[in-house]
Every structure is written in C-alpha cells, then in structure tokens.
Design a protein around this ligand. Sequence first.
Ligand SMILES: Nc1ncnc2c1ncn2[C@@H]1O[C@H](COP(=O)(O)OP(=O)(O)OP(=O)(O)O)[C@@H](O)[C@H]1O
Length: 259
Amino acid sequence: MDALAEIYAIRVADLVVGFGRQTVLDHLSLDVRRGEILGLVGASGGGKSVLMRTIIGLIPKQSGHIEVMGHDTERGFGRARASVAATWGILFQQGALFSSLTARQNVKFPLREMLEMSEQLQDEIATAKLEMVGIAPDDWDKYPSQLSGGMTKRVALARALALDPSIVFLDEPTSGLDPIAAGDFDQLIKTLQTTLGLTVFMVTHDLASLNVVCDRVAALADGKIVAVGPMSELLQSDHPWVRAYFHGKRSAMLQPRQN
Ligand SMILES: Nc1ncnc2c1ncn2[C@@H]1O[C@H](COP(=O)(O)OP(=O)(O)OP(=O)(O)O)[C@@H](O)[C@H]1O
C-alpha cells in the first residue's frame, strides 16, 4: 500500500458525474483522512448525495478517479469489489430500515447476506451492535413503526456497523431529530470514532454537528469542493457561497439577539 493510502481513507480526484446534459460534479477532488469525521455541506440539489453515491459505486462516474482504503473502486468486480464494499457501512437519509423486520432482524440482515455464520452468532453480533448504539433490550424486537425517529437512526447506524466497517457514510443523520436527540446522536458518532477508529463521511446541514463533531468540513459549490478544513477555517473562507452559508441570516439566528 502506498504512503498516501495509509493516510487517506477516501481519495477522489478530478471526478465528473452528470445525468443527461446536467453536470452535477465537475472535476471535483476531495481527500478524506483515515479516522477523521468529515462533514460535507452544500446547497440543496448541489450534489452531496450524488458524490456519496458515486463513491460507493451506486452512480457511475463519467471520468476521474476514486480510491477507498487504497483500492481503486472501479478495478475488479466480484470478490475484490465485495471486499471493498465490506469496508463501509451506510446510513441513508431516510433511515431506510426494512419495515417488515424488527430492529434486531434489520441489524442481522447484512450479516446474513454477506457472511456464513450461525443464527446464534448473528444474534449475538446484532445485539452487541444495538447495545453499542444505545438501544435497550426491550426495543430489540420492535418494528420500525414502533420506534421513534432517534431510535430508528440508531438502529440504522447499528446495521451500518454490522460488518465492522472502517468507514461509515451518513446522509443527514440528524435531520428530523430534535436538538437534544441530535446532540446525543452527534455524541454517539464521536464516541464510535474514538473507540472504533472509524472514518466518518457525513453529509449534513446541521450547523451544531459541523461545529461539535466534525474534524474537518468540506463545502461543495458549483460541482466542486471550494473549501475544506476545520470549521474555524471555513468560517474565514472568502468564497461567496461558503460565506453566505455560514454567515447568512439563518446562521446569524444562532447568535443572541441585540435589542
Ligand atoms: N439518479 C439521478 N438521475 C438524474 N438526476 C439525478 C439523480 N440523482 C440526483 N440527480 C440530480 O443531481 C442533482 C444533485 O442531487 P443531490 O441529491 O446529490 O443533491 P444534494 O446536494 O444531496 O441535495 P439535498 O441537500 O437537497 O439532499 C440534482 O439536480 C438531482 O436532481
């Protein structure tokens, strides 16, 4: 493995992705360091989900280069591709739990699909993951419709962690949660980063999450990453979109009002 692959979990270089005549990502480059929590911000419809989905291979790229944990994601299908895919877990925007399966069965699902192991071992791993994300035993056999929004996100996170990935992709993990539940979820992500050494790639509009949990923040505008660095640096950025995002009317509302 080359020296850069030891530093970076994800390397995206000169990536172009589009649909028909629309170019969404226009020669975009971004490196995500191993073990960091990277927050991705950008305008609605700006291409954050497209970037995430292209990295994990759900959307084809037109050109450019993507490497995950030192592997070119394009090279080799079958076994090699499966081993790359097993290095990440994904929490989609809508939680996306299977509604006909209980919390525990949802977490068992990837174990059953990807590994050969006894039912008992699947149960043990699933319950360990549910405990890790703070779901109490009374809730393990509930169906998604019986769980709160915050619990659903936690179960979805437990499922994303089922195969012990080294990277997790989170698409707006705190959307729809009240500020207390969102703060608890942020804390959980931070704890998992430190205890498991996870690399976290997180799309979010949540200013508090960006400020509290992200080691670095990347801003996507006009199909490119226009600024990347710790939040303190992003706040100093001269880029017009980044300035508008962090210093616009809504973020100003976070400051106490001067009467
Ligand atoms: N499968 C697809 N086919 C065609 N167009 C698509 C597809 N997926 C996304 N797009 C288009 O790509 C653009 C970027 O969408 P994307 O979902 O990445 O935005 P986003 O930055 O995640 O927005 P939001 O913050 O609102 O979730 C949009 O114009 C969208 O319509």
